[in-house]
Design a protein around this ligand. Structure first.
Ligand SMILES: [Zn+2]
Length: 317
């Protein structure tokens, strides 16, 4: 009897140790489409969000800059449970072997989180577009796949020719949950306000194995599509899980409590298929935004005020 109890105790200790082991996460950065996407500071903020959950062991991996030698860049993807993409580069940037290595990692069960303009990357890399489901810019048009949006409670597509990717001025907008029973959205309010951010619209892509968790209405009076546009999505690619968030243009946008929560939960889900995190009491409501002042203050321009949402939008992104 004593021996049985002792064995049970050892097994329980083993389980506890396993539960406490941090989840290895790679945050991949190193390039963006332009200076409007400050990947260096964004990575610092993303890492802080993951660190504060106590669930993850985060390693930042920076790809070589445009024009630099990629021959020695071969991240060991398999050492991680999830790769967070804060990275946006054109098709020709990655050697074929690197692309195959990433595909192998995901198809054999590796997790991916795509943040904001990461879905602008690699318009011609078929597997990458199947992972993120939809993307915009970098000359994506009808060859990328149809537009995807929500209508009458269903995800639908539209193959009309046209450019992929648009957004209006960065103003707060309302988010609607479409899949309340997914681990990432379970327990969240049905509707809430997101802090000023780019509301991505008119994204196109294969949309395979994609579930839209939340949408936002893209207002025609703010250069929008007039459609309920996918904002948070989950996908599968082989045995791999992908969480795709369109949010996070800048640190003000990242400071929105709903970004923090869905990013932390989405990363855990992509790694394990489960979410163990509790909701903060500061989650935004249907009519008011809620942001983290400590995160907003990590913006190098915070000294000029919280935001510059009303400045004219650059021609792209
Ligand atoms: Zn942006």
């Amino acid at each position: 009897m004593t021996r049985v109890l002792a064995t049970c105790f050892v097994v329980l200790l083993g389980l506890a140790a396993r539960a406490a082991a941090p989840i290895p996460v790679m945050v991949l950065d190193g390039e963006s489409g332009g200076p409007y996407h400050d990947w260096l500071h964004v990575t610092t903020v993303l890492k802080k969000m993951l660190d504060e959950t106590g669930l993850f062991a985060v390693t930042v991996v920076s790809a070589p800059a445009a024009g630099a030698d990629f021959s020695g860049f071969a991240p060991e993807f398999a050492k991680y449970r999830v790769v967070v993409l804060n990275y946006d580069a054109p098709d020709e940037r990655w050697p074929e072997a690197l692309k195959r290595s990433f595909e192998q990692y995901v198809s054999s069960g590796g997790g991916v989180v795509s943040v904001h303009a990461a879905d602008n990357a690699f318009p011609g890399w078929i597997a990458f577009n199947e992972m993120v489901g939809v993307g915009g810019w970098r000359n994506r048009a009808e060859q990328a796949g149809p537009y995807w949006f929500e209508r009458d409670g269903k995800v639908v597509s539209d193959s009309t020719p046209g450019r992929a990717g648009s957004h209006g001025r960065r103003v707060p907008f309302q988010v609607t949950v479409r899949e309340p029973n997914h681990p990432i959205t379970k327990g969240l309010p049905r509707i809430w306000m997101h802090q000023g951010d780019e509301l991505y619209a008119r994204l196109r892509g294969p949309g395979k194995n994609m579930t839209v968790l939340a949408t936002a209405f893209s207002d025609p009076s703010n250069a929008g599509s007039g459609r309920d546009e996918p904002q948070l999505m989950v996908l599968s690619y082989g045995r791999g899980r992908i969480f795709h968030t369109t949010w996070g243009h800048d640190i003000t946008a990242l400071s929105s409590v709903d970004f923090v929560v869905t990013f932390q939960r989405g990363t855990e889900w992509a790694a394990t298929g489960q979410v163990t995190q509790k909701l903060p009491t500061t989650f935004p409501s249907a009519d008011s935004v809620s942001y983290r002042a400590d995160i907003a203050a990590m913006d190098p321009d915070f000294k000029y005020g919280l935001d510059n949402l009303d400045l004219p939008v650059p021609a792209r992104r």
